[in-house]
Design a binder for this molecule. Structure first.
Ligand code: GLN
Length: 488
């Protein structure tokens, strides 16, 4: 048998059901892999008690360990958003997604690395340092949920949770060769997710295949009275949507996404994906999303404005770090706020707070924030129209494969442009998935993105499943050779 840590969640659940293995066997296998690999990959930033003290799994419908991005509150476990300002913060409660997983019998293997406050596309903006790509340690894992994607790709986690504000689940999933889902805005409760941009943030699964993504979404989705933006819409059984058939489905290819900056290798992989789905009976048609060129600027106005407001609470009074002003200075509470924020936040966080505060300030509000919101409506209208013409839209997840660590850190604009394909789904509030669709010449994974209309995750899973079942990519694994790598 393959080592347990390399199996998917649905394969493990089948073995558990057949009583061939115990939940503790899975834990053991994951912990061994973490011990062998994580010193090189650095996917995790904190391990949790059940893992440290080793396995006391409760029986439940889903007694599997899960890795959790460091911006979701786990009762009593340090949760820092990979920011110095939250060091030492131990939430006194569980996020709703965590409570639901615990109810299903899961344990948290640990919190995973991320860009500080989820601001970034490479996991290099973490106060703990970058995570390395299991496919090539010189390359980034993408971000901001890079630790979660790397943990799944390196078999250091059965599956993981990420959060996605502009692509932070899908882009790292694409860079690491795994599956990532951003659900419809409102599908999953944000209670206990440390807020970045409240009108864009969604929690979602990062998994080894589409079946696992459907399983995990079913566990975490659904209305929550603690999050007024969570929708009171029934959650379907997503397993039913795993249908290997796209006959007569109308798949739209938005011409605005196939522009110059697209890496030729990505373009070829996309064309092959489109041809495969066509050969399975899908009707492929070109569509237009005319406001695509405004997505990145609109996002960076709306997201930074909301972030500057959400991050105002980190002032040294209630959470984490409190930096005392130097004794020699005549100091008051304002000095304490300043010292705490100056010490606690990294450079990208400060840049975004300044950008966001600027576009919200009086005199600039109408020109920036208000206009940004209006353009956001135009972008959403584009999608509403396109979904009257087709059932799903296909694009690359990212215009390139993973880039080298350090390559874009001094050029924020080039970093921001790596989200050009993913941001629109957050602005429009629609669901989107990234699935592996091949490799670059350097052997780095590429991702295919499938978007559907709000609450049409079933259609999204169906197209993704059909593609996956007819291609070999999801079975490929990075060749990791730090340890024995055999923990059956
Ligand atoms: N990379 C984007 C940003 O830096 C998206 C991040 C996210 O989705 N959290 O804002």
């Amino acid at each position: 048998m393959e080592p347990l840590n390399s199996l998917t969640a649905h394969e493990l659940l089948a073995l558990l059901k057949a009583k061939k293995i115990q939940p503790s066997d899975i834990q053991q296998s994951i912990i061994s892999q973490i011990k062998d690999c994580d010193q090189h990959i650095k996917a995790y930033v904190h391990f949790h008690e059940p893992v440290k003290a080793a396995f006391n799994l409760e029986e439940g419908t889903c007694p599997l360990p899960i890795a959790v991005k460091d911006n979701m509150c786990v009762n009593g476990e340090e949760t820092t958003c990979c920011s110095k300002i939250l060091k030492g913060f131990h939430p006194p409660y569980d996020a709703t997604v965590i409570a639901r997983l615990k109810k299903a019998g899961s344990v948290m293997s640990g919190h995973t690395n991320m860009d500080e406050f989820a601001f970034g596309s490479s996991t290099e903006n973490s106060c703990y340092g970058p995570t390395r790509n299991p496919w090539n340690l010189d390359y980034v894992v993408g971000g901001s949920s890079g630790g979660s994607a790397a943990a799944v790709a390196a078999d250091e986690a059965v599956w993981a949770l990420g959060s996605d504000t502009g692509g932070s689940i899908r882009q790292p999933a694409s860079f690491c060769g795994v599956v990532g889902v951003k659900p419809t805005y409102g599908r999953v409760s944000r209670y206990g997710l440390i807020a970045f941009a409240s009108s864009l943030d969604q929690i979602g699964p990062i998994t080894k295949d589409v079946t696992d993504a459907a399983l995990l979404l079913k566990i975490i989705a659904g209305h929550d009275e603690r999050d007024s933006t969570s929708a009171d819409v029934p959650v379907p059984d997503y397993q039913q949507s795993l249908i290997n058939d796209v006959k007569n489905l109308r798949l739209g290819i938005p011409k605005e996404y196939f522009i110059d900056g697209l890496d030729p290798e990505v373009k070829i992989a996309m064309e092959e994906a489109i041809n495969l789905l066509r050969s399975k009976g899908a009707m492929i048609q070109e569509v237009s999303l005319p406001h695509t060129e405004y997505c990145v600027v609109t996002y960076y106005i709306v997201a930074t404005a909301e972030a500057s407001s959400n991050l105002a609470r980190y002032d040294g009074v209630r959470y984490g770090l409190r930096q005392r002003p130097e004794k020699t200075r005549k100091s008051n509470i304002i000095d304490m706020f300043e010292e705490t924020r100056a010490h606690g936040f990294g450079p990208e966080v400060k840049r975004r707070i300044m950008l966001g505060t600027y576009s919200l300030s009086s005199g600039y509000y109408d020109a920036y924030y208000l206009r940004g919101q209006k353009v956001r409506t135009l972008i959403k209208n584009d999608f509403d129209k396109v979904f009257t013409e087709c059932d799903a839209v296909l694009t690359p997840t990212s215009p390139t494969a993973a880039f080298k660590i350090g390559e874009r850190t001094h050029d924020p604009l080039s970093m921001y442009l790596s989200d050009i394909c993913t941001i629109s789904a957050n602005l429009a509030g629609i669901p989107a998935i990234s699935i592996p669709c091949g490799f670059s010449k350097k052997g780095l994974p590429l991702g295919l993105q499938i978007m559907t209309k709000p609450y049409a995750e079933e259609m999204m899973f169906r197209v993704a499943y059909t593609y996956e079942q007819n291609t070999p990519w999801h079975k490929e694994k990075p060749k990791i050779s730090f340890g024995k790598n055999n923990h059956g």
